[in-house]
Design a protein around this ligand. Sequence first.
Ligand SMILES: [Ca+2]
Ligand SMILES: [Ca+2]
Ligand SMILES: [Ca+2]
Length: 199
Amino acid sequence: MTVGYTDPSGDVENEGMGAKYLPNIDITRVMVTVSQDTVTIELTVSGLIVYEMEGIPYYQYRIYLDLDSDLEEDVLIDLDTLSNTFTIDVDDGVKESIKDRLSGNGTSELTVTLPLTWFGDMDSFDMEAEATTGDIMDYADDEINDDFEGGTPVSDDDDTTDDETDDDDYESPGLGMTVILASIAGLLVIKKALKREDR
Ligand SMILES: [Ca+2]
Ligand SMILES: [Ca+2]
Ligand SMILES: [Ca+2]
């Protein structure tokens, strides 16, 4: 099961940060995939994901999960370069370090892979995310599916498996049309044959 949203690029809300820092927090897509044993989160930005760094400006990437459809967060995954902490917090419980479960530093896509047992029930869930950057004076951020509402779900076109299913669906009407055309052709032949008999 996958829940994913796309986000426009160039929609960072900027309070004075230099333009060169903005692509790194400009979210374009977030996908959360639940498989048999793991939950995998992929966060994509226009620029480069930066979570292993020190100093100013700082970057923070946060992914929230709502597991019970009440539009309130139950899980927070927080990657904060200012405090150099990379944690998951479930139901305001004990924060676990997830530093060794991250990959993608310096690329456009951050991947976090976590054990499904940490989450409990993931039969239905929703997700939102935000990325922020700042220095001493300035600040900028981008959000996706803010407050678990209004996001643009990833379309079927982005999913190879669904494309294959769609192709299968198209074959049936195609086959049906061939049968109809063959029937019409057959009727025309009979009609012509009958006309010949009339002569
Ligand atoms: Ca964006
Ligand atoms: Ca909730
Ligand atoms: Ca946005």
